[in-house]
Design a protein around this ligand. Sequence first.
Ligand code: CAO
Length: 464
Amino acid sequence: MATAKEVLVPDIGDFEDVEVIEVLVAPGDRVKVEDSLISLESDKATMEIPSPHAGVVESVKVKVGDKVSEGTVIALIEAEQEHAEAGTAAGDGGGQEGEKDQDKDKDNDEEKDKKKEKDKETSGAAAGEQESAESANRPPAGSPAPAAPPVPELTPREIAAAQRGKGHASPAVRHLANELGVDLAQVSGSGRKGRVLKSDVQKFVKNVMTRSGPTGPVGLQMADFSDVDFTEWGEVDHEPLSRIKKLSGPQLHRNWITVPHVTQFDEADITELEDFRQGKKDQIAKEGVRLTLLSFLIKAAVVALKKFPHFNSSLAPSGDELIIKHYFNVGIAVDTPGGLVVPVIRNADQKGLFQLAAELGEASQKARDKKLGPKDMQGGTFTISSLGGIGGTWFTPIINAPEVAILGISKAEMKPVYEDGAFVPRLILPISLSYDHRVIDGADAARFTTELRTVLSDIRHMLL
Ligand code: CAO
């Protein structure tokens, strides 16, 4: 016989009034123990609440958008009496008046049953994870059951704690990631609200396996930074990282560690280019557009990208082919008070200097006003990072993967150049081209910067 049982939100750590973001069951649904009933999301974590009972959902007491805390009733489940223990618990939970006068032994039994019931509720998530994570490797029916590896049982409190500040994922996906040693914070989620799905974890592992070279995955064994107490030597302040820095930091770190960078340095004589720019600058300024060097650099880069298409490509996740793009979307690194952002100038090959200058002005203004949307920063095929308006001579920019090259530009300066038996003053622009050595050879990088030199020193090449 089935008995309706209330399912409550278990102990979920420090969280209260947590929003229900998904209701995963409806009245009439048959559920197994540990099937997820609802998903909760606080500003720090997402967690699923598993069913402590097997049976049929009689009614659901919460809806999406409701705020719940420990003890809130989630649903009524007509629990099946699968075994003696469950039967005892169900019977005891029926609240029959005649059962109030129980002897001491029975009280003790009831306590034990309740504890078991509670344990089931609090460890359900972990057991659910184990179920899903292991189901793929289950032996065929009839084969001797191998000893199950010990799986640490996590309470919702522990799961919530583990989830703080990490990628959102269900307990099952979190467990899979745990087993595979994947840090969820590094996995991009393709699910709702950026939630990390099982397929995202699998794709991440596949990428690591295929991208780490012919000898297999490289496990980086690095010493931890020691936890230094800086106050021992003087006063300190704590300044939180900006949102942009928090988001871009892991991406930069990943690109730095996983892409074998080489940086090719070169210099371009831009004396004539600068004369031309100064001649046009005021005229264009009347229309509210600043013609800076950057528009010329985008044009020159497109000429070089067309000549050397591998620089406008990405390495396929399989690692055995290049995806060469026939469009030229140039990302521009823009320095903003909140951190570095990279808006993309689309189809740069189809635009003139004037239009590029206008779009650059708009994009950098939008960036500084924090008005860039995700779409404004997607689809880039090559990036330019210009520090020329600030200073410096050379630097080694980090590739904006999955792109394979990035052009760093430093400040142009007048330098003596030996020409026809005499030194003459010329405006020289330092160029730093970082490239992915898995895709591009050093010789091609030198050819690429040589092409850039040629185009920048005589801008008529931009017309060819
Ligand atoms: N050499 C000499 N002068 C240069 C120059 C160079 N390489 N690059 C720009 N200049 C000049 C410009 O032509 C402009 O002079 P005018 O007033 O005579 O026109 C002046 O410096 C200021 O330029 P700007 O920096 O405002 O404009 P820009 O189009 O060159 O650059 C932008 C725009 C958005 C790229 C820039 O403002 C910026 O944010 N740069 C920082 C990018 C960055 O942080 N990269 C690092 C990434 S790695 O951490």
